[in-house]
Design a protein around this ligand. Sequence first.
Ligand code: NDP
Ligand code: GO6
Length: 308
Amino acid sequence: MKVLVVGGSGYLGKRIVKASLLEGHQTYVVQRPEIGLDIEKLQLLLSFKRQGAVLVPASFSDFHSLVDAVKRVDVVISAMSGVHFRSHNLLLQLKLVEAIRVAGNIKRFLPSEYGIDPARMKDALEPGRETFDQKMIVRKAIEEANIPFTYVSANCFAGYFAGSLSEMHTLVPPTHQVTLYGDGNVKAVYVDEDDIATYVVKAATDPRTMNKTVYIRPPHNILSQREMVEKWEELSGKVLEKKSISPQDFLARMKDLDLGQRAGLGHFYHIFFDGCMTNFEVREDEEASKLYPEVNYTRMDDYLKIYL
Ligand code: NDP
Ligand code: GO6
């Protein structure tokens, strides 16, 4: 298969490029002229080329260049940034959908989702709600254009949610005390980003996932915050002092934060108080570790070793 990755130099995107090359796909990666003097991005793209990827020059400010890029492949996987607010990111994503519609050749499109299932977040708190609403607007455009799709709900990126033991404003485990959300027993789902990329690439060409949502919910990685803390205590050999925060006190922290962190706080609230990742059933034919049992996914006790 010929696979185009959009956003291929990003945090998740670079892992998707690697997974696609490993899967043996002819892998195309968008190279935007706007990266300019960003030497890290350019060197990363050049390293993809050395590994066999084809770099495709295209710009979101040149619609025809997007259509031409899309015409060269069968499958498009987007991993564009999700942190842009106030509709900027939405406009870019809709441009990509329009280019795919006009090109008319795409057998599967995976829009940039990879988190909580936005279809279940109609009542989410503002301003985090905006990220879900935008993803739903992109879905509507895809479906109205009759573009074959797969949506991937990847749950918690381990890099953000496991390393921090799910505390905000940090990416590393605390050394002395940890604040649990309520009793700390609500189940979330943690996934290594390399595994997310592997599952995304597998789902992208799978006839079983056509026009469906795939949930990445590996059974060993369905864990409460308390269980994550216990795993870290076991590994580090140190017991952390536990505090607890009520949902009301946690929400009250929002007033002092900037827009991005307020959105994040809402997401954490829905994950660790509402249990939005685990309060519904998924069938075996829509769960990634069941669809692709050959993938030896990373368990969180192994993952946490990188922080020792
Ligand atoms: P990044 O912030 O790393 O950005 C990815 C890419 O977006 C960039 O590399 C760039 O592509 C592209 N991009 C950024 N700005 C522009 C622009 N102005 N014009 C065109 N392209 C642009 O993204 P992430 O990897 O963090 O996020 C990818 C997805 O994963 C998002 O949908 C996000 O919501 C989700 N996510 C989920 C998390 C979870 O825990 N479930 C955690 C974090 C993200 P280029 O390579 O061309 O430069
Ligand atoms: C990741 C984050 C971590 C925010 C999703 C603030 C979309 C999703 C799980 O960009 O807002 O400290 O589902 O202080 O559907 C950010 C967001 C995580 C990363 C959440 C995300 C998750 C986006 C923080 C913080 C660890």
